[in-house]
Write a protein that binds this ligand. Structure first.
Ligand code: NAD
Length: 441
C-alpha cells in the first residue's frame, strides 16, 4: 500500500526528491530530477552552496549556471536551509563524501551524520537511497540501524536502497542521463521503487539482488581502474629502463579490437574516487581476514609515482644544466587531478610540489582552471597560492617545467618553444616540435 502510493507519485512526477549533499554528484542529480519534472529539495551543510544557487550561480565548472537558475526560479530546485524540509520529501538520496583517514580506513562520519538527520524526520512511505561510494554492507549495517532506531522498519514502513554514482565530471560524452544506473536493495518493494525513480532520469536501470552487491559493483569498477593504472605505471618504469616509449606502445596495443583496453600512465592517482575507494574494500576484506593483495599493491605502485617523477626531474636537471633541485626554479603545469576540470582533490600535483619544495626547489604553478589553490586539509600550506601567467618570458625563466596535467587550453607549442627543460608526465608535447629538452616521466 505504502509502496503503491509512492510508486504512483513517482510515475506522476509528484514525488518530492530530497538530495543530501549538493557536490559533484548531488548537484547534477538534483538538476536531472528537476528537469525530469520533479520538485527537488537540495540539502547541504555548506551554506555557501545554497547562497550560490539562490543567486543563480553554479559552483561547479561543468554545470552551467544557465541550466540551474531557471530551475531555482521556477521552484523546481529548492535550496533548503537546514534539514526541516526532509519530512516533506518522498525520496531522499544521500550524496555526501566518503573519504578515508590518514591510515586509509573508511571515514563514514558524513554518511552517519546524514543518516541521523534523515532518521529524525523519517516517516512511513519514504524511500532512502545511498549513493556515496562505500564498502559492501554499509547500507545494511550502518545506515539501516540508524534509520530503524525510531521504530520504523526498512522494507515495510520505509524503503531503503543503494545506487552507486558513476558520474565522470567533465566527460562530454557521458553525463548523468547517458549512464545506466545500478540499483540494489534487500527487499522487492525498495528495489522496485528505486528502479522506478531512477528510470525517470537514466536510459537504463540495472537491478541487482541486494544492496551489498550494488556497493560491490561500484568498488569493482574503481578497483579495475586503479589496478590497471598501476599496471601501466609499472610498465612505464620498466619500458623507460629499456629505452621504450610506453605511450607509443599503448597507441599501437590499443589497435587490437578485443582483449585490450588502454589506460595511461601519469604522475600518480588523483580525484575523490580512484585513490580512495579501493581501500574501502581492502578494509572490509581485512575485517573478514581476507587479503586484498592486488588493491594494496596497486596503491603502492601508484603512490610511488610522484617520487619517481621528482627523481626523473632531478636527473634531467643535473644532466642538462649541471644543477641540483636545491634552489632550482620549477613551474608545475596543471594542478587539477585530470585534464579540463578544476577539481584538485587528491591531485598528484600537490605531492609533486611538496616533494620538490622539500628538496629545496622554488615552485610556482600554472593552471587555467585553478587560479588559486583552494584550502584542503591535506595540503593546507599550499592554500592561497596563485597560478602564474604562462608567457614565453616566464617559461624561459624556469630551470624546468613539469607537466602534471594536460589541460586542453594550454599553449603547449609555446611551452616547447620557450622552456629550457620540460618533464612531461602526460605526453602532452607529443608531435610538437620543441627547442626545449623534453623528458618523458
Ligand atoms: N566526484 C565524483 O566524480 C564521484 C563519482 C562517483 C561517486 N562519487 C561518490 O559520491 C559521494 C559524494 O562525492 P562528491 O564528489 O559529490 O563530494 P562533494 O564533496 O563534491 O560533495 C559532497 C557534499 O556533501 C555536503 N555534505 C557533507 N556533509 C553533509 C551532511 N551531513 N548533510 C548534507 N550535506 C553534507 C558537502 O558540503 C558537499 O557539498 C562520495 O561517496 C564519492 O565517493 C563521486
Amino acid at each position: 500500500m505504502l509502496a503503491d502510493t509512492l510508486m504512483n507519485r513517482i510515475a506522476g512526477r509528484r514525488a518530492r526528491i530530497g538530495i543530501m549533499g549538493l557536490g559533484y554528484v548531488g548537484l547534477p542529480l538534483a538538476r536531472a530530477f528537476a528537469e525530469a519534472g520533479f520538485t527537488v529539495s537540495g540539502f547541504d551543510t555548506d551554506p555557501g552552496k545554497r547562497a550560490a544557487l539562490l543567486a543563480g550561480r553554479s559552483y561547479l565548472k561543468h554545470i552551467a549556471a544557465a541550466t540551474l537558475a531557471p530551475l531555482v526560479e521556477q521552484g523546481r530546485l529548492v535550496p533548503e536551509e537546514g534539514f526541516a524540509g526532509l519530512g516533506a520529501c518522498d525520496a531522499v538520496i544521500i550524496c555526501v563524501p566518503t573519504p578515508i583517514t590518514r591510515t586509509r580506513d573508511p571515514d563514514l562520519s558524513f554518511v552517519e551524520q546524514t543518516a541521523h538527520a534523515i532518521a529524525g524526520a523519517l516517516r512511513p512511505g519514504q524511500l532512502v537511497v545511498l549513493e556515496s561510494t562505500t564498502y559492501p554492507g554499509t547500507t545494511d549495517e550502518v545506515l539501516r540501524p540508524i534509520l530503524e532506531a525510531g521504530g520504523l522498519q526498512a522494507g515495510q514502513d520505509f524503503f531503503l536502497a543503494f545506487s552507486p554514482e558513476r558520474e565522470d565530471p567533465g566527460n562530454e560524452t557521458y553525463g548523468t542521463r547517458d549512464i545506466p544506473k545500478v540499483v540494489g536493495a534487500d527487499d522487492g518493494d525498495s528495489r522496485r521503487l528505486a528502479e522506478a525513480l531512477y528510470a525517470t532520469i537514466v536510459p537504463r536501470v540495472v537491478p541487482v539482488s541486494n544492496a551489498r552487491t550494488a556497493e560491490a559493483v561500484k568498488l569493482t569498477e574503481n578497483i579495475f581502474r586503479s589496478v590497471n593504472i598501476a599496471l601501466v605505471n609499472e610498465l612505464k618504469v620498466i619500458y623507460d629502463a629499456l629505452g621504450i616509449d610506453v605511450w607509443e606502445v599503448i597507441e599501437a596495443a590499443k589497435t587490437k579490437p578485443f582483449g585490450f583496453m588502454a589506460f595511461y600512465p601519469g604522475p600518480g592517482l588523483g580525484g575523490h574516487c580512484i585513490p580512495i575507494d579501493p581501500f574501502y574494500l581492502s578494509w572490509k576484506a581485512r575485517a573478514h581476514e581476507v587479503e586484498a593483495a592486488f588493491i594494496e599493491l596497486a596503491g603502492e605502485v601508484n603512490r610511488a609515482m610522484p617520487g619517481r617523477v621528482v627523481a626523473k626531474l632531478a636527473d634531467a636537471l643535473n644532466e642538462s644544466a649541471g644543477k641540483g633541485l636545491k634552489g632550482a626554479r620549477v613551474l608545475v603545469l596543471g594542478l587539477a587531478y585530470k585534464k579540463n576540470v578544476d577539481d584538485t582533490r587528491e591531485s598528484p600535483a600537490f605531492a609533486l610540489i611538496e616533494r620538490l619544495e622539500a628538496k629545496g626547489a622554488l615552485v610556482d604553478y600554472h593552471d587555467p582552471h585553478v587560479p588559486v589553490v583552494p584550502p584542503t586539509r591535506e595540503h593546507a600550506a599550499l592554500a592561497g597560492r596563485r597560478s602564474v601567467a604562462l608567457t614565453g618570458e616566464a617559461l624561459a625563466s624556469y630551470d624546468a617545467v613539469l607537466i602534471a596535467t594536460d589541460h586542453a587550453g594550454v599553449d603547449y607549442a609555446l611551452v616547447a618553444r620557450s622552456a629550457r627543460l620540460v618533464v612531461d608526465t602526460r605526453n602532452a608535447l607529443a608531435g610538437i616540435a620543441a627547442t626545449a629538452r623534453v623528458v618523458k616521466a
